[in-house]
Design a protein. Sequence first.
Length: 205
Amino acid sequence: MREIDFIPDWYCASRRRKRDLMIRGTLLGIFALALLIVSAGRYAQTAIARENLAQLQVGFESQAEMIQTLTELELRLDELRAKRRLLSDGAGGAPLHGVVAELSHLMPKAMVLTQLHIVRQRRVPDSDPLESEASADAKPAHEDGDGKLLVMGWAASDVNVGSLMTNIARSPVFGDPKLCYSKPVVVNDREAREFRLTSRLPQFE
């Protein structure tokens, strides 16, 4: 015998609609929650990206200051190198007191010096080859006194001048003496010889 269903059709339809509504609401809630999670993740990523961008900007600004500082230091280093070349060029060589002391030992007794010039050779070449070539063209290669020792004085006779040149040629400090002139003069009512000679003055470290 078949069971009789006393549940009306409208009730079953109402239950189905409610179930559909609950399923739709649940799906909509899940979808909204998923959107919220995605939005929160994107917001967190955006916040992290902004923070990283701010750090990059700060780092770039500090690097820009560092680059500027390095540029200034490089310019300062170039200036110091130029000054070092000048100091290296001016330093070294035979000291003045050594030259005078050596001359005092080489001079005969009947002789007095009136002038003494020392022109040292440049050990550091010019930075610009074109300028050095132009200066070399404008200036004679063997100008009197260039890189040499110039001695002027009075002697009792030419024998004393010859003795001085011989002593200079034998000296380890000087070399290659050349007599420019030797002429008679009167000094304090006495006859003498005024002479002028040059000698090579090598560089010493």
